[in-house]
Design a protein around this ligand. Structure first.
Ligand code: NAD
Length: 283
């Protein structure tokens, strides 16, 4: 049976460290604050917002929510972003996904000041990420690397296979894993034979939202399995990996829930603190 990679426990350990860093900033008269722009009433977004707020409160970070109606115009959204860009008390800005169809997401993301881009989604910061000289990291990818580091799992020379090519998980994780000298493959919905690639993975990350996609016959013995997926299946929260089948073959495996989820939220707070320090000349 593979060893559990306990993301929840690591998130709590890192939150305690962060809490102390925030206290030091506050003693210097600096309050870390980030703003979340939420458009419309997506039910999952509501849950994520609550989770973020709870973690921010615990650490001492201010989270301000800007709730916009589902029919908000692009112009109004850009005006809000501009206002937050120019507000010195704001250290981080993020747009909660998904957004309604009338919003041109890439244009809105590009309008965010890269120095306040907590999600690392502006074109400038995505470019920096691939150049390997970034000052902010996307939360989920940051959390995955923190978890691997905590359990002393090196990426150097390993075959890392990522299922899912989204801008928030698969692509940025590939950039960071390349930087750590892994040989990275990114698979997606149009990949012809997933198992052909996944069977060669020393480290397999799945981020699709497709329950039980990863089966025992798709992985090699002693692989490290990172399950990012979150979906509802038979009334339960599950990941992409068929845990019962895969855990006995893996060397390490994340649970869902209690794996990457809590680390993502905590990592987001780390990015807020990182930007706060940077924006206040504290680095
Ligand atoms: P997305 O819909 O933007 O991307 C999904 C990706 O998976 C796409 O690239 C798609 O090509 C690929 N995919 C889907 N089904 C596939 C299949 N059957 N075979 C191969 N590839 C397939 O989603 P996202 O925002 O990247 O999120 C992915 C999952 O991760 C969701 O379940 C989401 O809830 C979860 N998520 C979890 C966290 C966390 O903190 N644990 C963070 C972000 C996303």
């Amino acid at each position: 049976m593979g060893q559990l990679l306990d993301g929840k426990q690591l998130a709590n350990i890192r939150a305690e460290v962060l809490q102390k860093q925030v206290l030091t900033l506050k003693m210097a008269g600096i309050q870390p604050q980030f703003c979340v722009i939420n458009i419309g009433n997506d039910p999952s977004s509501k849950i994520y917002l609550k989770t973020k707020k709870r973690r921010a409160d615990q650490i001492g970070i201010k989270q301000k929510l800007f709730q916009l109606p589902s029919n908000v115009t692009q112009k109004n959204l850009l005006e809000l972003i501009d206002r937050l860009n120019n507000d010195k008390s704001v250290n981080g800005i993020m747009i909660q996904l998904p957004v309604p169809k009338q919003i041109i997401l890439n244009e809105a993301l590009a309008a965010i000041d890269p120095n306040k881009d907590v999600d690392c989604l502006t074109p400038a910061n995505v470019g920096r990420l691939w150049q390997g000289d970034h000052f902010v990291e996307p939360a989920t990818a940051h959390g995955i690397l923190a978890l691997l580091d905590h359990y002393h799992i090196s990426l150097k020379g390993k075959n890392a296979v990522i299922i899912g090519r989204s801008s928030i998980v698969g692509k940025p994780l590939a950039a960071l894993m390349l930087e750590r000298d892994a040989t990275v493959s990114i698979l997606h919905l149009k990949t012809k034979n997933l198992a052909e690639y996944t069977k060669r993975a020393d480290i397999l990350v799945s981020a699709t939202g497709h329950p039980k996609l990863v089966k025992a016959n798709m992985i090699k013995k002693n692989a490290v399995i990172i399950d990012v997926g979150i979906s509802r299946f038979n009334g339960k929260t599950v990941g992409d990996v068929d845990f019962e089948q895969v855990a006995p073959i893996a060397s390490f495996i994340t649970p869902v829930p209690g794996g990457i989820g809590p680390l993502t939220v905590e990592s987001l707070m780390e990015q807020v603190v990182q930007l706060t320090r940077r924006n206040n000349g504290k680095q």
